[in-house]
Design a protein around this ligand. Structure first.
Ligand code: ATP
Ligand code: MG
Length: 552
């Protein structure tokens, strides 16, 4: 995070200097109802980053107050993702650890005349709440006595009432200008099995009540959340105050991170998974941390990206090119360079001795000489890219065409002499000649050629699958869509977002393991896919192409 550009840092610095606080405790509080996405990475980087900076602590706390949507699978994936991003939490907590204490605090509110059991239906509650311009109306049950409320709340806990028949509401102000303060519901009946507490409870606290209590119980000093909670801050403070919590956390809001050409809400991401548009939460097209990891993103690149987006109250969408920029930067010096053919065309070098295979020296990463060199085979038969040949090329086409000479990366010049076609006229093979004088590294200066092609020697080539990705959501179309057409984001799922190609890689890559990353000459950065790669077949996900128009 840029020094100065982070207003949260300034607030905390001041709090420490003025003596208002003597320590910094933050928390990252996901609800375990889905996998984490890149937006969560922002919250993680801010919460852990700020605490680290001031020698404080950060808890990982699962906000698990809604048993119907929550699951162990999500808990495990979230822990894994936070750790993978490079952060260590001080304590691992569950909101559900505090259910008993939350219940006691609710009883305290009742005793103080600050909460009541309401029999209105959810629809009626909404109706009574009023609007931005009209005050709300008191529920007929608002004046129940403390004794009656205590008795009913106890019976709610015991399971005497069905879902939706009774709620506990904070008694604040039905005429408040802030609708959140118009007697918000703080407990509801939900006969559901909880992933953590099982069937112990059939009433569950609402987020707006639970969250401030969780923060206060843990001694969180600065509760950092996104701006949609700004309007809830008065309620947050009311709960801390009226529940007589000793510790007084301070809520500070920052702008959400959004990225173009993607949807970023667990609910929508879950729908894409459930309806089979992707092959799971970790599909490389998903903006989830696990999807980005499987695509080949590194923790460093995600952290750098998030930091570059800054911390402010605003929340515009950033271009995905910015995210791509940071992974290129990170991999530039780390990823070995190699050659792969995505769309093979056989080339026979007719004047190269039959049966001969020579080994050529090639740098592993010219930008990082310490990575050393590799040996790649060359022989009479190689593969090149189908795109690198045109029978009738336009002007300024410098690759292979009849009569033209090109350079093979790390090898020799070859000249296209003959084009072999099948009975349908498709080009199936090229016959070329090579010039032994032109060997790479020999210092040959006799003549120049304009095109440099990548290639793979045929007899030792390893078959490989390449998966190329385009944005999952056609965002431009989605934005331009007429709301009245009643379409959802699902109507804008890009059906061409995955292209699979079968080709070949250099034999130097025979030991590549899942999650290994390479830069394929001219094609970009690729990651070995951990899900589809098997003993018999290596599958690559393209992380990014090499070119970028993005300028920081
Ligand atoms: P979603 O709507 O995607 O499900 P959420 O806000 O409901 O997200 P939580 O699990 O409640 O998800 O979020 C945990 C923390 O991450 C919260 O503090 C939340 O504010 C923060 N967060 C979620 N999405 C973003 C985002 N796009 N940018 C920054 N922070 C985010
Ligand atoms: Mg949520």
């Amino acid at each position: 995070m840029e020094e100065n550009s982070n207003f949260i840092r300034s607030i905390i610095k001041e709090d420490l200097e003025s003596g208002k606080r003597d320590t910094v405790i933050t928390r990252f509080p996901p609800e375990p109802n889905g996998y984490l996405h890149i937006g969560h990475a922002k919250s993680i980087v801010i919460n852990f980053g700020i605490a680290d900076e001031f020698n404080g602590q950060t808890n990982l706390r699962f906000d698990d107050t809604n048993p119907l949507k929550e699951d162990r699978e999500y808990v495990d994936s979230i822990k894994n993702d936070v750790a993978w991003l490079g952060y260590e939490w001080e304590n691992l907590r569950f909101a559900s650890d505090y259910f008993e204490e939350m219940y006691d605090r609710a009883v305290l509110l009742i005793k103080k005349g600050k909460a009541y059991v309401d029999d209105l239906s959810p629809d009626e509650i909404r109706e009574y709440r009023g609007t931005l311009t009209e005050p709300g109306k008191d529920s007929p049950y608002r004046s129940r006595t403390v004794e009656e409320n205590l008795d009913l709340f106890d019976r709610m806990r015991k399971g005497e009432f069905e879902n939706g028949k009774k709620v506990l509401r904070a008694k604040i102000d039905m005429a408040s200008g802030n609708i959140n303060m118009r007697d918000p519901v703080i407990y509801r009946v939900s006969h559901a099995t909880h992933h953590n507490t099982g069937d112990t409870w059939c009433i569950y606290p609402m987020y707006a009540f639970a969250h401030p209590l969780e923060d206060a119980i843990e001694g969180v000093t600065h509760s950092l959340c996104t701006t949609e909670f700004e309007e809830q801050r008065p309620l947050y403070n009311w709960v801390v105050e009226e529940c007589e919590m000793e510790s007084k956390p301070q809520q500070i809001e920052f702008g959400r991170l959004n990225i173009e050409n993607t949807v970023m809400s667990k609910r929508k991401l879950k729908q894409l998974v459930d309806e089979g548009y992707v092959d799971g939460w970790d599909d490389p097209r998903m903006p989830t941390i696990s999807g980005l990891r499987r695509k080949g993103y590194t923790p460093e690149s995600i952290r750098e990206f998030v930091q570059a987006t800054g911390v402010s109250k605003g929340s515009g969408a950033v271009d995905e090119a910015m995210l791509e920029h940071f992974v290129r930067e990170d991999l530039k010096l780390k990823a070995p360079r190699t050659m792969g053919i995505l769309n093979p065309l056989k080339v026979v070098i007719t004047n190269y001795p039959e049966g001969q295979v020579e080994m050529l020296d090639a740098e592993i990463n010219p930008e990082n000489p310490e990575m050393g060199t590799r040996q790649i085979p060359f022989s009479r038969e190689i593969y090149v890219e189908q795109d690198d040949f045109m029978e009738n090329p336009p002007k300024k086409y410098f690759r292979l065409f009849p009569g033209n000479e090109v350079r093979l990366k790390h090898a020799y010049f070859i000249k296209c002499e003959d084009v072999i076609k099948d009975e349908n006229g498709n080009v199936i093979e090229l016959h070329c000649t090579y010039d032994v004088e032109t060997k790479s590294g020999s210092g040959f200066t006799g003549r120049k050629v304009k095109g440099t092609l990548h290639w793979v020697e045929a007899s030792q080539a390893i078959p490989a699958e390449f998966r190329l990705y385009e944005p999952l959501i056609r965002d431009e179309d989605l934005k331009a869509a007429d709301e009245s057409e009643d379409k959802t984001f699902i109507d804008f799922v890009n059906e061409d977002s995955l292209t699979i190609q079968e080709g070949f890689i250099e034999p130097t890559m025979k030991d590549a393991k899942p999650q290994d990353k390479f830069q394929f000459f001219r094609h970009g950065y690729f990651n070995v896919d951990p899900k589809h790669t098997t003993e018999d077949k290596i599958v690559f996900n393209r992380i990014v192409s090499l070119k970028s128009s993005f300028k920081l």
